[in-house]
Write a protein that binds this ligand. Sequence first.
Ligand code: 0RA
Length: 626
Amino acid sequence: MDGDNYNTQNIQVLSGLSAVRKRPGMYIGSTGPQGLHHLVYEAVDNSIDEAMMGFCTKIIVIIHKEGSVSVEDDGRGIPTDIHPKFNISGVELVMTKLHAGGKFDKDSYKVSGGLHGVGISVVNALSSRLDVVVCRNKKKFVQSFERGKPLFPLKEDGGCENRGTTVRFLPDKEIFESIEFSFDTLSARLRELAFLNKGLSIGIADERTGRENNFKYDGGIVSFVEFLNQGKSPLHEAIHFEKEKDGNIIEIAIQYNDSYQESLFSFANSINTVEGGTHLTGFRSALTRTINTYAQKRDDIKLANEDVREGLTAVISVKIQEPQFEGQTKTKLGNSDLKGIVESVVGYGLNTYFSENPDTVRKVIDKCINAAKAREAAKKARDLTRRKGALNSHSLPGKLADCQDDNPSSCEIYLVEGDSAGGSAKSGRDRKFQAILPLRGKILNVEKTRLHKIFENEEITSMITAIGCSIAEEFDITKARYHKIIIMTDADVDGAHIRTLLLTFFFRHMKQLIEKGYLYIAQPPLFMVKKGKKSEYLYDDAALDTKLKEIGKEGTAVQRYKGLGEMNPSQLWETTMNPAGRRLLKVTMNDAVEADKIFTILMGDEVEPRKHFIQSHAHEVANLDI
Ligand code: 0RA
């Protein structure tokens, strides 16, 4: 190899990659678990691009034993010839040049695009080792890198039968907090990508555990809504349409079910736009308007947005030239022209579909009119100002013991089961930053409840008011008054049930709180072990076992705590509330689709799938990831 010359030409490129290593967060969002997994998505996106252009049918992701991940596709293979301007191979260019994105031909726009759309060179920069294998024209080529630096130029390494690209990388321990990949997190995203790219086969295998999944959905997002509606009762065949307008591709799948919940997922260039955006606004507006036109032919009733959301399962996928991502987590589509475009495409598509499918129209309109009637009846039956007052006002619920501080990021609220534990928590807390809201009795099962009923429930409204960010159309996460919302229930069956009901409420109505990492579960101790004058709190059975083995059973008293009420205020503070020693479980959701299904099954009204779920999960320990 032509050593010196080779290095000189790469100085510019390498200084680009060293910028990535200096400020990884700017390129992949964070160096935590999200950023780590983002590396895989970035690598997969290149293969997805190949698939979207019609050259790749299969992608295989493998988590290897030693912690690296490989992404293999059967696309055309990254070009191996020497690029005239840079004088290095196409492979090396793609792997080392920032924002190259892998595409030489400008005509083809990148429609998958990782969240940050930075290209695979960023993966290379942040990997202690990366190996690429390209098969093109029956020849095999290889090149290896360490922390972005090529160890040698691309070289031929024998022949091969099939074409394609394999990129295998080991994330750099010096960069990431942890380099342990989660099979479930990757699997969830790959399934989503398989839904969004119909017919594409995506497999994932975990060599550490032997787990594997294979995804291929010939129905695309129609399969997606059908999947979301499993365990629910759909009212009609999925409605589907896809249209290109002004260079944007808009694809919609809709299927109502008989529940009161909405399950809606929106995507822009395959990115889950959790915070919504212009495409979603356009969709909602067209849906309400179109259904209203039909409803008014039948009944003199005006449907509100929330009436057409009841029982709606929908997937919206737009593919656009230059997506602008905004919002707190950069998952809100900002392109202003998309609102009108989606609105007109959805209006037209729905009208066409409805005019050809009168049976479906009737079922959908019935459902929405029912929702509207229930809402209006409830409205008449109560003082409207109360709802507005209860949810938006500055009058906090009477039983809330608020904290003194008013900076949300340093404030916490404990949602405590029962008045007596609530009382202990109020005396035991640090009132400067800890607020207490006692909850009485069972919490409403929101899974089986219409929105307006939710507004009538006192426990729920007091929670909504205390937290401050409202729900439904008025939901606004920036108004959250606490950045730690801590569920504290007894360690018994009732406590577990209340916890599940609360989780269901947060998942259905304040999902973004979970996504922001604001929701926690307190971990009160299960035991106190006393020997002589020494006592110690233990938090699970395993810890108790270990302790008893260590100190011996003789002369040891074990007290089992069943309820929070068994602890006095100072014990509660010491064991469960004092930030210095307490344990908190953060509620995370690495798969919103899976969580949706789990809540449907756990809290919905079909008994069979629930039985199956409980049986097939009975062997697992309680897992508070939802
Ligand atoms: C640039 C041009 C061509 C293919 C690719 C990039 C490509 C990149 C990656 C990254 C992972 N898998 C990939 N597969 C393809 C087209 C080359 C041609 O015209 O044959």
